[in-house]
Design a protein. Structure first.
Length: 157
């Protein structure tokens, strides 16, 4: 459990890792997701992304030419919001940091993601890809995920 604050500065508890089984079930599906990174000037920036839960970490992958990669090398903090594809009122936001960046030399990382989301290997075999591994510091749930969050100790907001 850790303490966060809302816009008015009121503190509230949010759950930390490990993720409960019910949340893992939601995250195991190929749901829409948006990742936020921090630019050098401190401005947050978001992009739609594929993700995959692997143990207690999250895998995302990007083309090595992406500006997002530069942001992550300077500031590894991220937030990933995953929306249930069947009910977008149910969503979870994961806050953490990228702890490992590795070249996806055999494209196995992007192929895992592409298979999860599209049922086949990633079609672009020409460009260098980078795996980014996110360690989760805390998370918050809403909709159907809110009950899971509250049972894990998240205070209502």
């Amino acid at each position: 459990m850790c303490v966060a604050a809302d816009a008015a500065g009121n503190g509230f508890l949010v759950p930390t890792s490990p993720l409960p089984a019910e949340l893992r079930e939601l995250l195991a599906k190929p749901n829409p997701a948006v990742i936020a990174t921090v630019r050098a000037d401190g401005q947050p920036i978001t992009a739609a992304t594929w993700y995959l839960v692997d143990g207690d970490r999250i895998l995302v992958n990007m083309d090595a030419r992406r500006k997002r990669l530069e942001h992550l090398r300077k500031d590894p903090r991220v937030s990933l919001t995953v929306t249930d594809a069947d009910n977008w009122y149910t969503h979870v936001s994961l806050q953490g940091r990228v702890t490992e960046l590795t070249e996806d030399t055999d494209l196995s990382g992007i192929d895992r993601l592409s298979t999860q989301y599209g049922g086949r290997a990633y079609p672009d075999r020409e460009h260098t890809r980078i795996n980014a591994w996110i360690e989760i510091d805390r998370w918050q749930g809403w909709g159907g995920a809110k009950a899971v969050a509250e049972s894990a100790g998240q205070q209502p907001q």
